[in-house]
Design a protein around this ligand. Sequence first.
Ligand code: ADP
Ligand code: MG
Length: 256
Amino acid sequence: MKPDKSATAVVRMESDAGTTDRLPQAVPDHTIALMAEPRALVPQQLEERRLIHRDASSRVQSDAFRELRTRLLSLANGNNFITLVVAVSPRSGASFVARNLAAAFALDETKTSLLLDCNLRYPDQHRALGVATDNGGLVDFLDQPSQGIAAKIYATGVPRLRLIPAGSAREDGGEYFSSFRMQALLQHLRSRYGDRYLFLDGPAVKGSPDARILSELADFVLLVAGYGCDTPAAISQAAAHFAPEKFAGVVFNQVP
Ligand SMILES: Nc1ncnc2c1ncn2[C@@H]1O[C@H](COP(=O)(O)OP(=O)(O)O)[C@@H](O)[C@H]1O
Ligand SMILES: [Mg+2]
């Protein structure tokens, strides 16, 4: 990764998000911010995974993602929350943004983040993060909740950042995402720890109804536009899929 060349421009858009007081207060029984970390990746490994880190070489990008973190936190009245990250069109970098935004929250030692790969047709986060998904992932849990979710939450090598991979590839994401099980899972994951922030990596708005369905499960929606690729009309059209009070803004991402 060359952070200076592939800088992610973060642009705030007008939005009503955060003006309502609708997030339930988290009631954490205890904190997980100090949880054990099996293996921490070194900066070079983080760069191979296209992940921000604390070193100066990552400064431009990590500042951009920290700014996004600050913006989301300012909308949230002090509660933890669920953010959906989706692209206007495929290959704009939504998974890249979701992963790095989750990493930016985890850089704050008082917070933990949990990334859920909700792109069931083309799941990619486990590959990008180099996680071996031996125990399956999200859809495997939704198919068989008796397996429990704990074994499907994987360490990533980034302290305090965990991944729930998509699991076995499926075509019919909508059915899973509109299920009561999915709702109950997210509610459980969010309310269990007050310092845990959830990020849903969804498929692009163009070509799939899943992004809109997933937005119903999220507190905030971030739309990722390919810098110089998606037209203003396409961006507005994609934004119109989401409830204005959840819409946190557009991230213009320059794919190198
Ligand atoms: N700003 C960026 N800097 C470096 N690599 C990027 C950036 N944006 C995207 N990429 C890379 O481009 C590819 C496509 O991005 P991805 O996040 O998978 O797109 P999407 O999820 O929107 O389909 C991935 O290999 C990703 O790591
Ligand atoms: Mg993706």
